[in-house]
Design a protein around this ligand. Structure first.
Ligand SMILES: [Zn+2]
Length: 331
């Protein structure tokens, strides 16, 4: 995810959380209040039943008993109060007075807050659905970013291991772009075959914001081609010629580069030492990075290299120098 998770975003999510929790807190508070009122009514109803029973003990007039019960339960609404009198016989026999009271929903908020609760539950469901959508978008973005990072790192590492003259970072950027990502950084140290690449894929999220990004890093290491691991190395060779040598080395393993690019001074020194073998300075393809002297692991490998050179665009043009190779057509 994008690292600058700014303060305003944090504040924003705190506000959202508060807005979601507030109705719940309100509903719970109102419910507690309502329960308290019902408990109070319960005590008053017991008092009303006692008052009615006392009156029933001294009179057979049910209406008088009812009035006595209502008087005893002073705060009860007569409309909502039922008084039932059960006599086991006549005067002097046991009598039961039942008082039933339909307690009103006295807290005005309770009924309305039930709707608020329903709305809150709906809100939670919507938030949950959007979060699920966001998570799946983030996962998809991440996998796209991973592909982009892998491709970019590989391209950069390949360029570092076997330079073609292009900039590893811009090569990584173009491979990232092909996968819909943007290159954030490329730690591509020259002379190594290792590239550490970070890319970013933009994603639009419902909850966390429309312009977010998934950031992913990938590391790729491409070994230096075996043929260039000798002391001479591949430095100074023309990139496309170097690739032709790598091609031949794939077909004939074990080739060693004994001499590749030579400076003018190096060619001059060689010419002084072996005037019959080396070309005069200024006249050698070695000085242009277009010739290589190879050592072969066996006579059989040498014969194979000579036979297959053409398929890699190479030639061994000098009959007395079976080790000297250069691109076809330049000999
Ligand atoms: Zn040569």
């Amino acid at each position: 995810m994008r690292s600058p998770a700014t303060r305003s975003e944090e504040r924003g999510s705190a506000t959202v959380e508060f807005a979601l929790v507030l109705p719940l807190v309100l509903v719970v508070a109102l419910a507690v209040l309502q329960v308290g009122l019902v408990l109070t009514d319960q005590l008053v109803v017991v008092e009303a039943a006692r008052g009615g029973a006392r009156e029933a003990a001294v009179t057979l007039d049910d209406e008088a008993v009812r009035q006595a019960a209502l008087r005893a339960g002073g705060r009860l609404d007569p409309e909502r109060t039922e008084v039932e009198i059960t006599r086991d016989g006549g005067a002097g026999d046991p009598v039961t007075v039942d008082v039933r009271y339909r307690a009103p929903v006295a807290v005005p908020g309770v009924r309305c807050s039930v709707s608020v609760l329903a709305a809150t539950v709906c809100g939670f469901a919507v938030v949950l659905a959007l979060l699920t959508l966001d998570v799946s978008r983030a996962i998809a973005g991440r996998s796209r970013a991973q592909s982009a990072a892998d491709a970019a790192a590989l391209a950069a590492a390949d360029e570092l291991a076997l330079p073609t003259g292009r900039d590893p970072a811009s090569l990584a950027a173009s491979y990232a772009a092909r996968n819909g990502a943007r290159l954030v950084s490329c730690r591509c140290a020259e002379g190594s075959g290792e590239a550490l690449v970070t890319v970013e894929v933009p994603i639009a999220l419902s909850i966390l914001g429309p312009d977010r990004a998934v950031r992913v890093s990938a590391r790729a290491v491409v070994d230096e081609p075996a043929i260039f691991s000798s002391a001479a190395g591949g430095a100074g060779l023309q990139p496309w010629f170097a690739r032709e040598l790598v091609c031949l080395n794939r077909l004939v393993p074990g080739l060693v580069l004994e001499s590749g690019f030579r400076t003018h001074a190096e060619q001059a020194r060689l010419y002084r030492e072996k005037p019959d073998l080396a070309a005069p300075p200024g006249h050698s393809l070695h000085e242009r990075g277009l010739a290589a002297d190879l050592a072969f692991p066996s006579a059989e490998a040498e014969a194979r290299a000579h036979a297959l050179a053409g398929s890699c665009g190479l030639a061994f043009p000098v009959s007395g120098e079976p080790w000297h190779t250069s691109p076809t057509g330049l000999e």
